[in-house]
Write a protein that binds this ligand. Structure first.
Ligand code: AP5
Length: 220
């Protein structure tokens, strides 16, 4: 399985990635998580990326393409992978196509989670995350104890780029730079659409059914 999770900020990509990676035994490659780890470690890349992420913009294609190319060389990518938040621009998608072609591989599917902007704002403003990346929502997916992660007991916090004025910018950037990928992958015949306004469990069931069918087709 070589999959891409596509969708605007707050659509539920990270939420669904958790189940897909477990169900199919493939690693999640989240460029957002990779950048946040670099920010936390205060590497030169992290210091540069933080300014861009905090402003709601996109980190340069060259940096992202380099990060992903290195990640794909890791042994755990041999059985497949799930991209979350990558590609985000046409040049990133074209670079991925070239890498896959060089490796004699092709994408299994691009899973597009569709959610209207007003719902996204509500979701992002209520999101809370722990330092290990577990994701909650104060109303839709609350932890058992306020502000404490159910999995590891870490304190929950709001992402710096989830402030309302930054969310507006991130949505604009999605519509300008990332939404064109919907047509790009539709034209390649690999796009699968999911109604992300449904509950997390319903979205998961729909994705699960689609992936099971695709797996059967791949092995046929
Ligand atoms: P990144 O970390 O990729 O963030 P994003 O794409 O903006 O997506 P989010 O993590 O905000 O949302 P999500 O879809 O994962 O939603 P979630 O599951 O958490 O990128 C951050 C930044 O890094 C970018 O802005 C950019 O600067 C940089 N960057 C990253 N990749 C890059 C790239 N390739 N190129 C250039 N720059 C890059 O869900 C959201 C909330 O809703 C949660 O609280 C959740 O509990 C809740 N929820 C989820 N599903 C449902 C549901 N069905 N019903 C109700 N609530 C739900």
């Amino acid at each position: 399985m070589r999959l891409i999770l596509l969708g605007p900020p707050g659509a539920g990509k990270g939420t669904q990635a958790a189940f897909i990676t477990e169900a199919f035994g493939i690693p999640q490659i989240s460029t957002g998580d990779m950048l946040r780890a670099a920010v936390k470690a205060q590497t030169p890349l992290g210091i540069e990326a933080k300014k861009i992420m905090d402003g709601g913009g996109l980190v340069s294609d060259d940096i992202i393409i380099g990060l992903v190319r290195d990640r794909l060389q890791q042994p755990d990518c041999k059985r497949g992978y799930l991209f979350d938040g990558f590609p985000r621009t046409i040049p990133q998608a074209e670079a991925l196509d070239r890498s896959l072609e060089a490796m004699g591989r092709r994408l299994t599917a691009v899973l597009l989670i569709e959610v209207p902007d007003d719902v996204l704002v509500q979701r992002i403003s209520g999101r809370r995350i722990c330092t290990d990346g577990h994701v909650y929502h104060v109303d839709f997916n609350p932890p058992e104890q306020d502000d404490v992660c159910d999995v590891d007991g870490n304190a929950l916090e709001q992402r710096p780029d989830d402030a309302p004025e930054k969310v507006k910018r991130r949505l604009e950037v999605y519509h300008e730079q990332t939404a064109p990928l919907e047509d790009y992958y539709d034209d390649l015949g690999v796009l699968q659409r999911f109604d992300g306004t449904r509950s997390p469990d319903e979205v998961r069931e729909h994705i699960s059914a689609t992936l099971s069918t695709l797996r059967l087709e791949e092995s046929a």
